[in-house]
Design a protein around this ligand. Structure first.
Ligand SMILES: Cc1cc2nc3c(=O)[nH]c(=O)nc-3n(C[C@H](O)[C@H](O)[C@H](O)COP(=O)(O)O)c2cc1C
Length: 391
């Protein structure tokens, strides 16, 4: 039997595909429309090369950073995702792995586990919200997260409610009842290990969003919460400034691509922003964040912490992003593959693989600290970069 340990994120993804029912795997692949952005997120990293040194290299390499007021052992943060039905321990397993590896955990408001359960095992939890519901509801959810111990708020703004995919979307039931079980049975019976992992707990995935519950009410279903979001009038910049004031602590805006938007995020007093296209699940055709990052970092990097997420699958990707101006990156699918492959241990495995890759790249580039990385460390084709909204 193969060992549980895997040597790359690509192998974790292969195991995830073998282990998860087709619909669950398809929900993690996600993407939107034609998949242009999703593909570009990966292809863009492949177009970047390194300019390595060969002697006089540093025998010690340091990669700790401070982001949103939190000290971390490496410049990698868990990006918020709803991990319904991947693993019975879901975000709690991810949060534990993040704690064990000394990094912060972004928890989605659409997550399958509550912010109380997650913050109890990761003291560096950032709670993520969408502009969903009225102002009282937003404050109530935020205060609940604060009371649970969340150290920062991530507000994700880049969602365009696109719901079609050329390769087809997986069928996801409103709830797991008899009818749904019957319909899903053919794909589930061929995934006995996944089935057994839930069966052991005596509970099947319930597809609810506990962090979206109104006080005293039971958690809405994932789709119920999504419906509330679809009905909510879209926020203005003033609304986001209001949200930041209500929170008062470390505040990140996730989903920025343009320089003019980045400046507005600075103006509203945010601590951080993430250059991101939601992992290619958003407006298809939005360029890969790594292409847009340098223009954003040049414009606002001295005033705000600039992060990147989208397409990071290895430590060398992290190093490329830092060389092009990011303070840290957030990862999404990489840890989801680890979780699916081997639970908490699989997420730790992914984080170890990424750490090892950062270390190798630092070694090759002759750096003793991630803060020494700069643009000269990376080689890019002349038409690589995209400077959006920078006129
Ligand atoms: C299955 C899935 C669910 C996601 N759910 C959320 C979410 O609830 N909130 C959010 O801000 N981003 C969400 N994202 C986007 C991630 O936080 C992140 O931006 C993206 O995954 C980064 O790209 P990567 O997967 O290539 O690392 C989700 C992404 C995936 C793949």
């Amino acid at each position: 039997m193969a060992t549980a340990w895997f040597e790359t994120v690509a192998e974790a993804q292969r195991r995830a595909q073998k282990r998860l029912p087709k619909s669950v795997y398809g929900a993690l692949i996600a993407g939107s429309e034609k998949g242009l952005s999703m593909r570009d997120n990966l292809a863009s990293f492949d177009q970047l090369g390194f300019a390595p040194h060969v002697a006089g290299l540093s025998s010690t390499r340091e990669m700790s950073v401070r982001v949103m007021g939190q000290d971390m052992s490496m410049p990698v943060i868990i990006s918020p995702t709803g991990v319904q039905a991947v693993h019975p321990q879901g975000e709690v397993a991810i949060a534990r792995a993040a704690t064990n590896r000394g990094i912060a955990m972004g928890l989605s408001s659409f997550a399958s586990k509550s912010v109380e359960e997650v913050a109890a095992v990761n003291s560096q939890t950032f709670f993520q919200m969408y502009w969903c519901g009225d102002r009282d509801t937003l404050v109530q959810r935020m205060e609940r997260a604060r009371a649970a111990g969340a150290k920062g708020l991530i507000v994700t703004l880049d969602w365009s409610f696109s719901n079609g995919r050329d390769w087809g979307s997986p069928w996801i039931p409103e709830k797991i009842d008899l009818k749904a079980m019957f319909k899903l049975a053919p794909e589930v019976v061929v995934r006995p290990r996944w089935l057994w992992s839930f069966a052991k707990t005596g509970k099947f995935p319930d597809l609810v969003a506990p962090n979206m519950a109104k006080p005293g009410e039971k958690a809405p279903t994932f789709f119920g919460a999504y419906y509330e979001w679809m009905q909510t009038p879209l926020p203005s910049w003033e609304d986001i400034a209001w949200l930041r004031e209500q929170w008062g602590g470390p505040f990140m805006v996730k989903g920025v691509s343009r320089v003019d938007d980045a400046k507005r995020v600075v103006d509203l007093g945010a601590t951080a922003l993430s250059v991101s296209n939601h992992g290619g699940n958003n407006l298809d055709g939005t360029p890969a964040p790594i292409r847009a990052l340098p223009a954003v970092a040049d414009a606002v990097g001295s005033q705000i912490e600039v992060l990147l997420d989208g397409g990071v699958r290895r430590g060398s990707d992290v190093v490329k992003a830092l060389a092009l101006g990011a303070r840290a990156v957030m990862i999404g699918r990489a840890y989801l593959w680890g979780l699916a492959a081997n639970g908490q241990g699989g997420v730790e495995n992914v984080l170890d693989v990424i750490r090892g890759g950062i270390d190798s790249a630092l070694l090759g580039l002759g750096k003793s600290h991630v803060n020494q990385l700069d643009r000269d460390d990376v080689v890019a084709p002349s038409d690589f970069y995209r400077s959006l909204g920078n006129s």
